[in-house]
Design a protein around this ligand. Structure first.
Ligand code: AR6
Length: 170
């Protein structure tokens, strides 16, 4: 089992699946979602539109959906909607579920490597330290021991919080 931390742009990750911090519509947005759609090209949005809408959402909060990855080096994009921190009753459970659901989908689709951004830590407002603790602890669960996990964290601040949490946990 391996967990790596890289300060950088997740769209460059040469892994089997990259995780997108999306929203329940899965039709794109700002932040990492916007960057992934720009880098992947229109094929990604077309693939997202194919995902069925159930009760108004393609991907409910805390769940994940898998699509092809257009022009990205990754084979798949796994779209998850993390919690909006101020609007969720149990943001910790929803965030853990986003990481867990994403890794289960990766394993079900034969992936051996996965890259994550800091889900919910941008416009969705999750406090970094709390988010890092959840992200690292779910990645360390036995169920995911055969997946190589890399966090692509955009800023030095976020990367340092994750590094500290990883050192504390292993
Ligand atoms: N590579 C890695 N990380 C990035 C990149 C990148 N290219 N670009 C930004 N980040 P956010 P959220 C970091 O806001 O909080 C969208 O509009 C960013 O600095 O992208 O889950 C969706 O459509 C931050 O640390 O995602 C949703 O509506 C982290 O990625 C909503 O935002 C996540 O920030 C989701 O909000």
């Amino acid at each position: 089992m391996s967990i790596k931390i890289i300060q950088g742009d997740i769209t460059t990750a040469a892994v089997d699946a990259i995780v997108n911090a999306a929203n329940p519509t899965m039709l794109g947005g700002g932040g990492v979602d916007g960057a992934i759609h720009r880098a992947a090209g229109p094929e990604l949005l077309a693939a997202c539109r194919e995902v069925p809408v159930i009760n108004g959402a393609r991907c409910p909060f805390g769940e994940a959906r898998i699509t092809t990855a257009g022009k990205l080096p990754a084979k798949f994009v796994i779209h998850t909607a993390g919690p909006i921190y101020s609007q969720s009753d149990e943001p910790d459970k929803v965030l853990a579920s986003s990481y867990r659901y994403s890794m289960r989908l990766a394993l079900e689709n034969g992936c051996r490597s996965i890259a994550f951004p800091a889900i919910s830590c941008g416009v969705y407002g999750y406090p970094l330290q709390e988010a890092a603790k959840i992200a690292v602890s779910v990645c360390l669960e036995d169920e995911f021991k055969h997946l190589d996990k890399t966090f692509y964290l955009f800023s030095e601040e976020v990367a340092n919080v994750w590094l500290r949490e990883l050192k504390r946990s292993i």
